[in-house]
Structure formats: structure tokens, C-alpha cells
Design a binder for this molecule. Structure first.
Ligand SMILES: C[S@@+](CC[C@H](N)C(=O)[O-])C[C@H]1O[C@@H](n2cnc3c(N)ncnc32)[C@H](O)[C@@H]1O
Length: 239
């Protein structure tokens, strides 16, 4: 009988043990990617939104929120929508799609020149290159009068520096310009607490901005939000 010597036998079992470990790793990694694919998938349903967001980068920091931004904007039945922070215009696309449904106008602001963006529904769009605090204090009313619009904002979307002092100023200046039923929507209220995930399956660590945005909101509303668990409503606090 050809029994392998003990040294060869143990090398063979080590090899098969390694192969076993490898297949377990492959199985686990397939499972994770499968789960993340299912969990973070988003689909757009409204034809104006589908047209508006065509070609956006699914791995961007805001892609996962565009349906919600569209929904809450339409829900506000806006005439005038103002966006603070334009950059590549991803939120702009969702806001413009909502503007089509609502027969509204979108005014976007950025400290950089974003006027050349290639956007669907562009006929409803105006862009102003300005510091948002300065423009809110002095330029907005004049701009509205020149555009023959009531200087009242129905949806204000804030997505700029995410710094506490700046957000505080934005709220102080721009909340005065809201219509009676106007709403404010903020991006990146919960940064810096551990891991973040995006639609494009990017997993990373948040930027710890010392709760810059949410702290400014909390002071404005006189509420505290515990971001370590899921929210119920903004009025009755988090769960
Ligand atoms: C996070 S990006 C906006 C992303 C954009 N909402 C989107 O979905 O693609 C932030 C933008 O805010 C702009 N920004 C920062 N400080 C600003 C200020 N004081 N006034 C106006 N824009 C400002 C920056 O130039 C930058 O383009």
C-alpha cells in the first residue's frame, strides 16, 4: 500500500484547509456584495424625474437621496425653490424635476460658477454665483423683483459647507425668506459617526464636522436629535 509519509500528508491537509478557507472567504464576499446590491438599490418612477436624473453618478454623496428630495419638494407644492450649493447639479436635477411637476422656478446659488451645467428641464432654472449669506441679505429681493417673482421661498434646499457657524448664518438669513408654508431641507445632517455607505457601494468613514449642520438646526428648532437611532418625526424627537 502507498501510504504517504506523515510530512506529505500534513502538507496535503494544510493545502485542503487553505482551499476550504478560500472558498469560505469567496462565499462571504459574494454574500456581502449581493446584500449591498439589494439593500441600496434605488429606482426612479416619475417620468420627469427619470429624465431629470439621467446620467447621474450613482456613487455620488447625494444620489441616494434624490427620490426623497423630489418627493418632499413636490409635496410642498412650490412656486419658488431655492438651492444653496450647486456643484455638479445633482440635487439641482431632482429639484428641477419637481419644478416641472409643480410648475415652479428653481434658483440655485453657489460661490463657484456652475452656470454651464447641462441639465434637463433647464428652462425652469436660474443660477447666481454668489456667497449665499451676502446674497440672502441683499441680493435675493432685488433678484426676485427683476425676475418678476414673489420673494417668498416654498422649498429651501441647503447643501453647502456643512460647517456649524455657516449653517447657523444660513438658517438665520434664509428662514426669513420662506413663505408661510415654506420648508427647509438639509443635506448631510449626520456626518462623522462611523461608517457611511453610498448607492455605488462605496463604504467609507464620515467627515467629523462636529455635528455642524444638525447642531445649527437643533438650536433653531430648540430640539435635540439623537442620531444614534432611527427617527420618528422631527417634532416628537428621535426614538
Ligand atoms: C456639497 S456641494 C453641493 C452639492 C450639490 N448640492 C449637488 O447635489 O451636486 C457644496 C457646494 O457649496 C458651495 N458653497 C460653499 N460655501 C458656499 C457659500 N458660502 N455660498 C455659496 N455656495 C457655497 C461650494 O462651492 C460647493 O459647490
Amino acid at each position: 500500500m502507498n501510504t504517504p509519509p506523515p510530512a506529505i500528508k500534513s502538507r496535503q491537509s494544510l493545502k485542503s484547509f487553505r482551499a476550504f478557507l478560500w472558498s469560505v472567504r469567496m462565499f462571504i464576499s459574494k454574500k456581502v456584495s449581493f446584500r449591498s446590491l439589494t439593500k441600496y438599490r434605488q429606482s426612479f418612477q416619475h417620468p420627469d424625474l427619470i429624465e431629470g436624473v439621467r446620467g447621474i453618478d450613482p456613487a455620488s454623496d447625494i444620489a441616494a437621496h434624490l427620490s426623497m428630495l423630489f418627493f418632499f419638494t413636490v409635496d410642498a407644492k412650490p412656486r419658488l425653490i431655492v438651492e444653496l450649493g450647486t456643484r455638479g447639479g445633482e440635487s439641482t436635477r431632482a429639484l428641477l424635476s419637481a419644478a416641472v411637476v409643480s410648475n415652479a422656478t428653481v434658483l440655485s446659488l453657489d460661490i463657484e460658477d456652475c452656470s454651464g451645467l447641462d441639465l434637463a428641464h433647464r428652462q425652469r432654472w436660474h443660477f447666481v454665483k454668489a456667497d449665499d449669506i451676502e446674497f440672502g441679505k441683499t441680493g435675493f429681493a432685488k433678484w426676485c423683483s427683476a425676475a418678476d417673482l414673489k420673494p417668498e421661498i416654498d422649498v429651501l434646499f441647503v447643501d453647502t459647507s456643512h460647517l456649524y457657524e455657516h449653517t447657523k448664518q444660513e438658517i438665520a438669513v434664509w428662514s426669513q425668506l420662506l413663505s408661510e408654508r415654506g420648508v427647509m431641507i438639509f443635506h448631510d445632517t449626520n456626518l462623522g459617526r462611523g461608517t457611511s455607505a453610498r448607492l455605488g457601494h462605496l463604504i467609507g468613514h464620515g467627515w467629523d464636522n462636529q455635528r455642524g449642520v444638525i447642531r445649527a438646526i437643533e438650536e433653531f428648532l430648540g430640539k435635540h436629535y439623537d442620531e444614534s437611532c432611527f427617527s420618528r418625526t422631527w417634532q416628537t424627537d428621535f426614538c
